[in-house]
Design a protein around this ligand. Structure first.
Ligand SMILES: C[S@@+](CC[C@H](N)C(=O)[O-])C[C@H]1O[C@@H](n2cnc3c(N)ncnc32)[C@H](O)[C@@H]1O
Length: 309
């Protein structure tokens, strides 16, 4: 291929030249992308940013080959439930290093929801719902409600202000306290089936939670998927990643602030009590808060009951 290409040299002014192969590739590539962008524009009612973000995610799982078109990438490592690896190799000056494949939980959620249709997204401890706005804006599920539960009035108020300005996004904010979890009836959560519920560095601030916390969430819907992006790495040992200097630093930090000390214990207890089934658990895989790495726990309900909400 290369020797053929080298025969086909394009010559410009004053000693400049390039191989036609790569120019031809891009001529082909942009045309292919145009077809996909058109499809995504239709999907997102003409929203250019969402279409481009969707194309980026699509190209995470598909490779564009010259003349052949898009071919699904054979994932060699299926670490995450989305089939993505935990880490990808990158370069820095003269060396290599491994960086988290998903820089932020929102990137994981976007891929997850592309692959698993959901009919409502709920974040607990959502602040002003910044994660929800980003997920929706980058082309997360459209036409479904996004609900941010938050304890602070200022967070809920700002979320409501943004919701009023954001045409098209169904963003709802509600009072929620991890210490005494309840869902207001007016949210109408019992109308939804495949609820994607998550927390992100929020339970971290509650010193102790109980296994019943998970039971209350599990009762929302038998088909709920719950995902916690929380810094509980120091509370667990994982094969190949035992308690080390990072866990020690995190534990000291948490104990110094009286932050959460029993997330993992309560989660395992909820499983032992038959409330939930943990489907995925990984220590220290993201680093959205430098020095305070994020671990991930995903579970599904084992109860068949639905809460009266
Ligand atoms: C570090 S911020 C993270 C906000 C958001 N989840 C994000 O990832 O950008 C922690 C949030 O948890 C909220 N929070 C703290 N204690 C809470 C509680 N008991 N119940 C609900 N939310 C709580 C805080 O008010 C704050 O909005």
């Amino acid at each position: 291929m290369e020797s053929e290409a080298s025969k086909d040299e394009l010559v410009g002014d004053a000693g400049t030249s390039q191989q036609s192969l790569w120019l031809n590739f891009y001529e082909y590539a942009w045309k292919q992308r145009k077809d996909l962008i058109k499809k995504f524009l239709d999907e997102f009612g003409g929203d250019v940013f969402k279409a481009i973000e969707k194309l980026k995610r699509f190209e995470g799982t598909h490779e564009l080959k010259n003349v052949i078109g898009y071919v699904k990438k054979e994932a060699t490592i299926h670490d995450y439930p989305t089939s993505a690896p935990h880490f990808s190799k990158s370069v820095y000056r003269e060396g290599f290093y491994y960086k988290p494949f998903y820089a932020h939980p929102n990137d994981f959620i976007l891929d997850f929801c592309d692959q698993n249709p959901v009919d409502a997204i709920v974040e607990l401890g959502a602040g002003y719902s910044q994660n929800l706005v980003e997920i929706y804006s980058k082309g997360g599920p459209q036409g479904i409600p996004y609900m941010g539960g938050e304890i602070t009035e200022s967070g809920r108020q700002l979320s409501a202000d943004l919701a009023a300005k954001y045409q098209g996004m169904d963003l709802r904010s509600f009072y929620f306290d991890h210490k005494s979890p309840k869902f207001p009836a007016e949210l109408g959560l019992n109308k939804f089936n495949r609820i994607f519920l998550f927390t992100c560095h929020s339970i971290e601030q509650v010193q102790r939670i109980s296994p019943e916390y998970f039971k209350t969430l599990a009762e929302l819907s038998p088909n709920l998927v719950a995902c916690h992006f929380e810094p509980f790495g120091w509370q667990i040992e994982e094969e190949g990643v035992p308690y080390g200097v990072v866990s020690k630093t995190q534990e000291d930090f948490f104990r110094g602030r009286n932050w959460n000390e029993n997330f993992a214990e309560a989660l395992y207890a909820a499983q032992d009590l038959g409330y939930i089934e943990i489907t995925y658990l990984k220590k220290n895989v993201m680093s959205i808060d430098l020095g305070n790495p994020t671990s991930i726990a995903i579970w599904k309900p084992k109860l068949n009951r639905r809460a009266e909400v």
